[in-house]
Write a protein that binds this ligand. Structure first.
Ligand code: ATP
Length: 412
């Protein structure tokens, strides 16, 4: 009989510390792991392997391919890690939000696989969304801050939760930062293609993003969503020399990257890892007005009060003076999301923004996004594999993989 455990986390959970304690095998509640082979299926584990590859030139989970782990898409990285774990015959697998970053088809495959291997391997499933629970018999816990509470059953846990209703009536602060931009079209791709090492990734993509649009960008793992967006945000040089227009200027001509960044808000969960500074959550949000890490210039009173309003909406007011480093990952992610939103930019790019958020924060965040979209002053591009039930995009673009690279198809 296997010994499975499900741990529900929220934005108040100190998940990182908890997983660290499992990894160091110094968690008193889990001392049964001390002489067991335990492997971790998590984004943090992928980062360890990336570091190993970069610093020590050691390829472990990507032994069979020339491509570096770092350059793989987030879904490809997770698949590589899973394949590696399965070859290692662990006694326990700790899975931290296992479905994040995986496309819907692969989420189904993974679910089946986990049910299958649960007959022989013990699973410790750490999840922030209730729908991610596995239909296998397991002991149920909730992690609040650093404390675990046991529940007699999944039903008992669910009964203890408040009903999660969409927040339709959120009022977002007035936009005091309207950028003077006359054209209707913000971004235009015309027959843009991208290849890496002779492998075609994007094939003749044509796509326009106009003022106030609300796009959802979908596509299987590796279809090129992040690549496409990175040509807008500036991290990718593949757009140079192509028919790519950013706010009226052909890429590489006209405005500097900093001028372009002023018009864009961008969030992806991994951004959180690159902000290690010792700033309060309030200052992290205010930094969104200038894109500075921390505060190099004194914020205006208006900026401060706007940032406070956003924190209030996200129910983070009481934590505004908390240091970013000391906040939970969930709180850090919400603060970084607000940082992208606070200036109500012309274009807001959200790459899997709800990954790792708990049900309440995801619901709150989706309501916020819908509300910003309804104002039609900010165009939104939202990438997500998860079906967020309340998300109301007005248009959907799918990147469809073909042997010659992905084509873009408008579904809505
Ligand atoms: N620097 C690079 N070198 C080689 N291949 C790359 C590089 N960057 C991206 N790729 C490849 O391009 C493809 C598209 O990657 P991208 O990250 O854009 O996909 P995605 O649609 O965002 O995927 P996911 O849903 O998994 O996040 C992947 O197959 C990836 O391995």
């Amino acid at each position: 009989m296997q010994h499975h455990i499900t741990i529900f986390t929220s934005n108040q959970s100190n998940t990182k510390l908890f997983i660290d304690s499992l990894s160091k095998k110094n968690n008193a509640d889990f001392n049964f792991l001390s002489n067991k082979k335990v492997l971790f299926f998590s984004i943090a584990e992928i980062h360890k392997f990336i570091k190993e590859e970069e610093i020590h030139d050691i390829k472990t989970i990507t032994k069979h391919t020339k491509q570096s782990l770092k350059s793989m898409s987030s879904g490809e990285q997770k698949k590589a890690l899973l394949n590696y774990i399965l070859t290692q015959k662990p006694e326990y697998i700790v899975l931290d939000n296992p479905y994040d970053n995986l496309d819907i088809a692969y989420q189904t495959i993974l679910k089946k696989l986990l049910i299958d291997i649960s007959k022989n391997v013990n699973l410790i499933l750490i999840i922030s969304r209730q729908e991610d629970v596995l239909p296998v018999k397991s002991n149920i816990y909730k992690l609040h801050k650093n404390r675990l509470t046991a529940y007699s059953s999944l039903q008992a846990y669910k009964a203890s939760r408040q009903k999660n209703t969409p927040l339709k009536t959120l009022t977002i602060p007035k936009n005091n930062n309207v950028v003077n931009y006359k054209d209707n079209e913000l971004i235009r791709f015309k027959n843009v293609s991208v290849a890496y090492n002779n492998k075609q990734i994007l094939n003749n993509i044509s796509w326009s993003i106009c003022k106030g649009d609300f796009w959802q960008l979908i596509g299987k793992n590796g279809s090129g969503k992040t690549t496409l967006l990175s040509m807008i945000t500036g991290e990718n040089s593949k757009g140079y020399g192509q028919e790519l227009y950013l706010f009226g200027n052909k890429k590489g001509t006209g405005e500097s990257i900093w001028d372009i960044k002023k018009k864009i808000g961008y969030f992806t969960p991994s951004l959180v890892d690159s902000f290690k500074g010792n700033h309060s959550l309030l200052h992290m949000v205010i930094g969104g007005f200038t894109d500075a890490i921390g505060l190099y210039t004194k914020p205006t009173e208006t900026q401060k009060s706007e940032a406070e309003k956003w924190l209030k909406i996200a129910q983070l007011s009481t934590l505004k003076n908390k240091l970013f480093n000391e906040a939970t990952v969930g709180q850090q992610r919400l603060a970084m999301l607000l940082r992208a939103i606070v200036k109500q930019p012309l274009l807001l790019i959200l790459d899997e923004p709800t990954a790792g958020l708990d049900d309440e924060s995801a619901t709150l965040f989706i309501s916020l996004v819908n509300q910003i979209a309804s104002n039609k002053q900010t165009a939104i591009v939202f990438v997500s594999h998860r079906k967020e039930p309340n998300l109301e995009p007005r248009s959907i673009l799918e990147l469809q993989i073909t042997p010659n690279g992905s084509n873009a198809k408008r579904l809505k």
